[in-house]
Design a protein around this ligand. Structure first.
Ligand code: CU
Length: 117
């Protein structure tokens, strides 16, 4: 009985480590890119340029903001950059995202046409 339990524990340990290894392996294989759409507040063409420029941080391969839908399409490498970091960078130049808000100081410094509040 004791040996049986021990054997079972060994089998389980082997299965567990094999599964976690497989997961790690899979993860590195699919770490290519992730596409996400994020709502970003803004108005015009200069907002678009500002948002897209701010969103192009290291690890972001594509950032396209639509001034009609206010949606930013983001293609990025999740192993290099997090969506939150991109949203922080966008908020830092004056544009609100669902998670991060622009500071009043930065917002007030935006040109008149870009005041979205
Ligand atoms: Cu604008």
């Amino acid at each position: 009985m004791k040996t049986q339990k021990f054997f079972l524990a060994v089998v389980l340990a082997v299965i567990f480590s094999a599964t976690s290894f497989a997961q790690v392996h899979d993860h590195s294989k699919m770490a290519a890119t992730k596409t996400e759409t994020i709502k970003v507040a803004g108005n015009c063409e200069s907002c678009k340029a500002r948002i897209e420029k701010a969103a192009k941080v290291d690890g972001v391969s594509k950032a396209i903001w639509n001034d009609k839908t206010k949606m930013l399409t983001l293609v990025y490498n999740p192993s290099k950059v997090k969506s939150d970091d991109v949203q922080k960078a966008i908020a830092a130049v004056g544009h609100d995202t669902p998670k991060f808000k622009a500071t009043e100081k930065v917002y007030n410094a935006l040109p008149g046409c870009c005041k979205y509040k």
